[in-house]
Design a protein around this ligand. Structure first.
Ligand SMILES: [Zn+2]
Length: 172
């Protein structure tokens, strides 16, 4: 069994209860991402890593395994407000996330981007970059990683896995 298989074969149970917040039951805070930054106890915290300027998190509302968001700690709304330091930091974190997902999960495709402003599909004003891994057969991939027929990779399990992989990835 390869290390990839050893890492991948586990049974993930999908917990509806933990995902209550994803079904409209959002914490009553001004900004969820500022709540994550401030470690507000009423905000689900799926932080994988943080730097002086930025936070890497499992998306609070994942729609694919490995769906990560990266955002500046400053509460800013528009891309034009990002400083060069913040943009570079997010760029480096994006590359690290991609390296991990390509190496550990054999991800070959990504959608990466920002939803900005009205009509963009964005639901949280605090600017954040989405990294969404894409798979040739997305349902099939879920079978592979969970070794079960369960079709959703539970976000807290994803969080545990990605935190571990992040700390093990030596290159920055
Ligand atoms: Zn904010």
């Amino acid at each position: 069994m390869s290390s990839y298989e050893e890492h991948s074969i586990r049974k993930n149970l999908f917990s509806i209860g933990k995902l209550g917040y994803a079904k409209g039951d959002r914490p009553n805070v001004d900004c969820i991402l500022c709540g994550v930054r401030d470690k507000n106890e009423i905000v689900p915290n799926l932080t994988i890593a943080e730097t002086e300027l930025s936070i890497v998190s499992v998306n609070l509302f994942p729609y694919n395994p490995g769906h990560i968001i990266i955002f500046p700690k400053r509460h800013i709304i528009h891309y034009l407000e990002l400083t060069e330091d913040e943009a570079l930091d997010i760029h480096k974190l994006t590359q690290k996330a991609m390296r991990i997902l390509e190496k550990q999960w054999r991800v070959q495709g990504f959608n990466i981007g920002f939803n900005l402003g009205k009509n963009s599909g964005g639901s949280i004003p605090h600017i954040h970059e989405h990294i969404v891994p894409r798979f040739p057969n997305e349902a099939g991939f879920l079978d592979v990683i969970s070794n079960t027929r369960i079709v959703i990779y539970e976000p807290y399990q994803m969080w545990d896995d990605l935190k571990k992989l992040w700390s093990e990835e030596v290159t920055d």
